[in-house]
Design a protein around this ligand. Sequence first.
Ligand SMILES: Nc1nc2c(ncn2[C@@H]2O[C@H](COP(=O)(O)OP(=O)(O)OP(=O)(O)O)[C@@H](O)[C@H]2O)c(=O)[nH]1
Ligand SMILES: [Mg+2]
Length: 248
Amino acid sequence: MHYAIVILPCYNEAKRFPIEQFLAFDSDHHHQKFIFVNDGSTDSTLQVLESLRARAPGRYYVHSLARNVGKAEATRAGLLLAFQENPDYVGFWDADLATPLDAIYDFCQMLDSNPSIEMIFGSRVRLLGRRIQRSAIRHYPGRMFATAASLVLGLSVYDTQCGAKLFRATPQIRSLFEEPFVTRWLFDVEIVARLIRARRGTTMCQAGEAIYEFPLYEWRDVPGSKVKAKDFFMAFVELWTIWRRYLR
Ligand SMILES: Nc1nc2c(ncn2[C@@H]2O[C@H](COP(=O)(O)OP(=O)(O)OP(=O)(O)O)[C@@H](O)[C@H]2O)c(=O)[nH]1
Ligand SMILES: [Mg+2]
């Protein structure tokens, strides 16, 4: 049985935190832990997280940062804590549960049965028979960005930005998280760029084979997003930064 630890970065999530969904999540799976990283929230996020933790202290852990460092660094702090516990898999998940928690099992199964896969990314592909609800206003700019990210990385990756990802907890994967990220929102792309750089010229399987994109069964836009229109433009600047730093 695998042991997986999932990080949930939380910044001012008190109003929309889906506490019931966490409680309803099948608790028979004892080998599943969650680390919530409260990123210097100014609302009552910390109290909400503590109240969840009190319900099952062995299962939920709260790591609270005194000041806001952004999603990338908050997630990295959580991942480094998770690696210390020697799990089989580590990952991160958006706290609004836009991707339902059940997908963690699908990802774990994929890693269990495919030893060459080291990273699983949720992918929001609107296939018939799946429930992918994304507003047009988020979807189309998102597709534009995804195409640019795919070109910069030189990989046919469809969706780098979905906030549901799981990694095999090997020393090399851990090493990708040692240095602070240079981007604030594009750390998902930065992780891929670091993997590409780490494997280039080696006999290890290249990033394109080590990453598996899992078309999600369900995903929905949860109101209350903190991503603003200006972040869309910043994303292209950050892509340029990533290319210069890791790939050229
Ligand atoms: N640590 C940290 N987490 C943040 C910050 N802003 C957002 N988050 C977290 O990032 C996750 C996603 O945030 P959202 O605001 O829902 O982003 P989104 O618009 O849904 O993004 P998509 O799901 O990609 O469309 C949640 O877990 C948030 O709590 C921040 O400044 N710091
Ligand atoms: Mg969201």
